[in-house]
Ligand binder design. Structure first.
Ligand SMILES: [Zn+2]
Length: 74
């Protein structure tokens, strides 16, 4: 299990296969709020040929909350 990469500053959406990615700038754009987000340092090797698993469409996306995000929305 990995911690979802999210756009915490605006909508809390997690990195997913609908995000637009700037491989040169190492950023992803949230498809919901259009916020630009930098990949975390351990994603430094992201490229068009080395996609993180979050960017693959699998037909199903299941995220398990750690409780912090949901608590802040209630
Ligand atoms: Zn967003």
């Amino acid at each position: 299990m990995s911690v979802p990469i999210s756009s915490l500053r605006t909508c809390c959406a997690a990195l997913n296969s609908f995000a637009r990615v700037g491989f040169t700038a190492k950023i992803w754009i949230c498809p919901l709020c259009f916020q630009r987000n930098h990949f975390p340092p351990h994603y430094h090797a992201v490229s068009e040929t080395n996609l993180p698993c979050e960017l693959y469409w699998s037909g199903c996306l299941e995220l398990v909350s750690l409780g912090l995000v949901l608590e802040s929305l209630l």
